[in-house]
Ligand binder design. Structure first.
Ligand SMILES: [Ca+2]
Length: 156
């Protein structure tokens, strides 16, 4: 105010201080990683919903094979972790939506239960993964064309 700072905040971090996930020795900057900020192929970014995190979500639409891909460095050791996927979607038949989860080329298929409300209610699905030391690529691919929405992933 009047050119005088009323509040001054400073944070300093030593070079070797970072976020370290307990137990696994994984040292990555994964928190909530927004799908809309990742590489999106086949799907499209949308804000036509509610209660999403970040600035929107990815709508896989009616496109089989659409995917979202994250790339992150892991400064820690290779470790087991849990990948949490925040998603929505509500196919007319209320059957599960299939998504292919690929981490560094190792993949598996998950069946995601429909949300109560398309694009407004979000659910979390968790899957165990192994992170490598160094570069990690995580890709979520829509197996079928049932309007899957991906909001974000988190790794714990
Ligand atoms: Ca999001």
């Amino acid at each position: 105010m009047n050119g005088t700072p009323v509040l001054r905040m400073e944070e300093t971090f030593a070079k070797d201080v970072g976020l370290t996930w307990e137990g696994g020795g994984v040292d990555v900057d994964f928190g909530g990683e927004q799908a809309e900020d990742a590489e999106v192929v086949g799907g499209r970014c949308s804000r036509n919903g509610r209660n999403y995190n970040g600035s929107g979500f990815v709508d896989m639409g009616k496109m089989k094979g659409a995917y979202v891909e994250w790339y992150r460095e892991n400064d820690g050791d290779a470790a087991k972790a849990t990948l949490s996927i925040r998603y929505s979607g509500r196919p007319a038949d209320k059957e599960a939506m299939r998504v292919h989860v690929s981490v560094n080329g190792t993949s598996e298929e998950l069946a995601l239960q429909p949300a109560a409300n398309w694009g407004k209610q979000w659910r979390n699905a968790a899957v165990p993964i192994t992170l490598d030391r160094g570069a990690n690529t995580i890709r979520l691919t829509a197996v079928d064309d049932r309007g899957l929405l991906i909001d974000e992933i988190a790794i714990k």
